[in-house]
Write a protein that binds this ligand. Structure first.
Ligand SMILES: O=C(O)COP(=O)(O)O
Ligand SMILES: [Mg+2]
Length: 222
């Protein structure tokens, strides 16, 4: 097996727990619209397909006016971008593992469906931005995961071939995008998966990010 040279990370539910800030921003929008608020658990089940889908799902769940969806999405982004990193934290082990992987000479990227501006705000607020040689957001290209294009764009920027890369995500979109790009796929079990983890089709499952470096050693040995 080709030794890994690059790791592509999903953001929400993989590197960072962002559900509380997303929930707060959705609820500001819903209150403005005179609609009922949604719970943290409900929002976790709506995250993964980008901000537009999150807003659409929240409005659908609360009886909102979907004919005004584009305006609602724009309003949500304006609200979210004022506080995307208020309560958002890195999952346990994430900063240490990113540091270790860079020490090993691996190239790192973020490939997320979250808009690029909010992604950068979060990475900078948490002191993680410097680890990544590429950050592809949900609005960086016309296509989003599960399309392979964002992964391919990250690999082009890192100058690494798909066989020498591993995608680490929390959702089926991450695994599907990786498969379509010819990249190995690992999945974490602590994020916002919409399916049971064993049904994601990932090559390996990680209960914490700290399990990643030893798994890379195995991938090299295999
Ligand atoms: O913004 C989202 O819905 C999901 O973002 P992710 O791709 O980092 O999980
Ligand atoms: Mg995710």
């Amino acid at each position: 097996m080709t030794p890994p040279k690059a790791i592509l990370f999903d953001l929400d539910g993989t590197l960072v727990d962002s559900a509380r800030d997303l929930t707060d921003a959705v609820n500001v929008l819903l209150v403005e619209e005179g609609l009922p608020q949604v719970s943290l658990a409900a929002v976790k089940s709506m995250i993964g397909d980008g901000a537009a889908k999150l807003v659409e799902r929240a409005l659908a769940a609360t009886g909102g006016d979907l004919s005004r969806l584009p305006a609602h999405i724009a309003r949500f982004l304006a609200i979210y971008e004022t506080g995307a990193a208020r309560h958002t934290v890195a999952y346990p082990g994430v900063p240490e593992v990113l540091h270790e992987l860079r020490q090993r000479g691996l190239r790192l990227a973020v490939v997320t469906n979250k808009p690029h501006a909010a992604t950068m705000d979060i990475l900078e607020a948490l002191g993680l931005a410097g680890f990544f040689g590429a950050v592809i957001g949900g609005d960086s290209l016309p296509e989003r995961k599960p399309h392979p294009a964002p992964l391919q764009a990250a690999l082009a920027r890192l100058e690494v071939s798909p066989e020498a890369a591993i995608m680490v995500g929390d959702n089926y979109h991450d695994v599907e995008a990786a498969r379509a790009a010819g990249v190995r796929a690992f999945a974490v079990t602590y994020g916002y998966s919409h399916r049971p983890h064993t049904e994601l089709g990932a090559d390996r499952l990680l209960d914490t990010m700290s399990e990643l470096p030893p798994l890379l050693d195995e991938a090299v040995a295999a």
